[in-house]
Every structure is written in structure tokens, then in C-alpha cells.
Design a protein around this ligand. Structure first.
Ligand SMILES: [Zn+2]
Length: 162
């Protein structure tokens, strides 16, 4: 029990993050400014240095160095050049959430709890026409989640036979 993870997909919440807002509030984006950043908790001992230039900063991590550009309110992901609010450190790289492959924990919490999923499906179902294709698909999902719930109840409270 206890520390068991419901999924082996890397979660956003578990990875060190460097957010635009945090950089800004620390004054780390003023050209010439050098700031050392440390992480504790999930990444004890992780240390990087940012060196700001006009329009971005160099991110030094051990022997690696990567230029990260900024836009008003955004960081530019060094891997895909997409705009993002924060970079995640995962798999030895600093990238946006999508490039990191990490997913928010909440996605998985809902995915793995059939009661929550049932409620979500019912909410969606209440918004689509009964005869629509989408409605048929949602009713199919509902039957499936009901089967999952039945199996879970059976596993917990004992079913017929076994
Ligand atoms: Zn990216």
C-alpha cells in the first residue's frame, strides 16, 4: 500500500520545474543576471545556473548549456520552439511539458477511478442529442465503465463463486 503509484507514466508534478513567473520574480531575466537554482525533494542536489541575455537566458546544467528564449509571458521550449509557461527537467533535458512526455497526475487520477469517469461521461452525455453518434459512443463508454465498477465491487466485496 502507501507509496504505490497508479501509473508508470512520468508525472509533471514529480519533475523539477523552472517557471517563467519564478524567473521573472527573481529578477533572473535581466540581461547579465546570473542566478543559481537548486532543487530539493524529488531532485535533491539538482543545481543549474541561468545567465540572462536580452530576449532569453543560457541554462547551464553540469557540462550542458542550452539557450532558452523568452517572449512576453512565455518561455520558448528549446526542443520544439513552442511557447510554454515552464520547463520540466526529465530524462536529462529541460523542455516543455509536451516534449518531456510527462503528464499531469490529475489525468491519471480520473482515468483510474471509474466512479469519477462515470460522472464525467454522464455529464457529457447530458449535452449531446440522444440519436447522435457521439451519444452512442458515450453510452458505450458508460457500459464499459459500469462493467469496470462491477468488477471492482466484486473484487472488493466478493462476488459469485471463486
Ligand atoms: Zn517542447
Amino acid at each position: 500500500m502507501g507509496g504505490r503509484r497508479p501509473t508508470c507514466i512520468p508525472l509533471v508534478e514529480d519533475q523539477p520545474r523552472l517557471a517563467k513567473g519564478v524567473l521573472q520574480r527573481a529578477g533572473a531575466l535581466s540581461p547579465g543576471k546570473v542566478v543559481e537554482w537548486r532543487w530539493e525533494g524529488s531532485a535533491p542536489g539538482l543545481t543549474i545556473t541561468t545567465v540572462a541575455f536580452k530576449g532569453g537566458f543560457m541554462l547551464r546544467h553540469g557540462a550542458d548549456e542550452v539557450a532558452v528564449l523568452t517572449r512576453p509571458g512565455w518561455l520558448v521550449c528549446p526542443a520544439c520552439a513552442g511557447l510554454c509557461k515552464y520547463l520540466l527537467h526529465y530524462g536529462g533535458r529541460w523542455t516543455c511539458r509536451r516534449c518531456s512526455g510527462c503528464e499531469p497526475a490529475i489525468w491519471h487520477r480520473f482515468r483510474t477511478v471509474p466512479f469519477h469517469r462515470r460522472r464525467t461521461i454522464l455529464r457529457r452525455l447530458s449535452k449531446v442529442p440522444v440519436l447522435s453518434q457521439r451519444g452512442a459512443e458515450l453510452r458505450r463508454q458508460l457500459r464499459e465503465v459500469d462493467r469496470q465498477i462491477a468488477r471492482k465491487l466484486e473484487a472488493r466485496y466478493g462476488g459469485k463463486g471463486k
